[in-house]
Design a protein around this ligand. Sequence first.
Ligand code: PLP
Length: 422
Amino acid sequence: PPSLTQFGTQMSKLTGVRAIMKDIIDTLGTTQGQSFINLSAGNPVILEPIAQLWRDCTADLLSSPDYSEVVCRYGTSQGYQPLIEAIIQEFNQRYNLHLNARQILITPGSQALYFLAANAFGGYTTEEKLKKVVLPLSPDYTGYGGVSLTPASLLAYKPRIDLQDRKHRFKYRPDFDQLCFDSQTGCVIFSRPCNPTGNVLTDAEVRQIVNLAQPLNIPVFIDSAYGPPFPGLNYTEYQPVFAPNVIHCMSLSKAGLPGERVGIAIGDQAIIQALEAFQTNVCIHSGRYGQAIATRAIKSGALAQLSTTVIRPYYQAKLNILETALEQYFPDNIPWFLHVGEGAIFGWLWFQNLPISDWDLYQKLKAAGVLVVPGSPFFPGLQQDWQHIHECIRISLTATDAEIEEGIKTIAAILPKVYSSK
Ligand code: PLP
């Protein structure tokens, strides 16, 4: 094969969970006769009213006089103008803002947005200084581990662990004694709600991060792939935080449209312009078919509406199933902790003083017929060794009620054996 460059080598590696997903797909493909309970999937469930919304919007697009203008022509890199207008109207009305069209950028999915951000603001400057992409609270979205062309620029901070009054519950908090931004900080990224933990940083925590970054002109990308107003996968009420250095980032993937690749960035005009030019060079623009149907779903109010009446209750009910199963089957004398479920579509479990690694636990559970995701790939950029990294697993709320219950029962039966193997 032709030899790869540094970037080529870097970018052709499977990072984080993608590598585990490959193992899972291989496992599902090669093991005959054994059936698995799959609690690993990241793909959202197809919810019929949401799929119907996208079908209706598609039918409307097909019969509209705009159809050929939408799909038979190039558009601007910034995005399909009617979609940009629909977003401005939605956000200005809902959150009482004064956004203008130059503050919006549509990208082909939000993963692409983080790639643009991490490489426009992180990496080597023209003076050969390394600018850092800071993740203020680790663990966070595993995909951030793959977005930088200069992996050394990624820097994550260890969190504080806050045990809750409720037994077997915990919450990660940013450690403001450690967190520090300086002239080497290029940008800040975090997900809220967080994949994998379901954490929602409080308004005060977000404000503190934003305020630390603002005097240094550091952009803060708040990844709201699960946030309000769509897909609205927050189980605790909150409003997005807006500030001059905040880029509010959204995705339609968890609102039923992952295949169409629509990501949305809202923020400072100069930052948006830099990302837009970068995007022009990479891919010209995001697909317009998805943008055109999204325009209809947002403009009519249906997407925000169905987010709170269909998407949110669906996953919230799954979270309840998970919590009930954990209370019922997990041994009380084992130090297991569930991260408080404030949003997103996962349960994050921490097994304190786990005698084996998260990877070995994953293998043992796989052998018992349950597929989960080991936790260590969710700590990209954390440059210090920390036992906690190897003590967690992620459970997906995309499985059926019966699968979640059965899976938890199986894990519960294995835990005492694992802990007595000390
Ligand atoms: N951010 C978070 C927190 C995610 O969980 C995901 C996908 O799982 C993404 C970003 C990327 O999503 P997309 O590129 O489909 O918008």
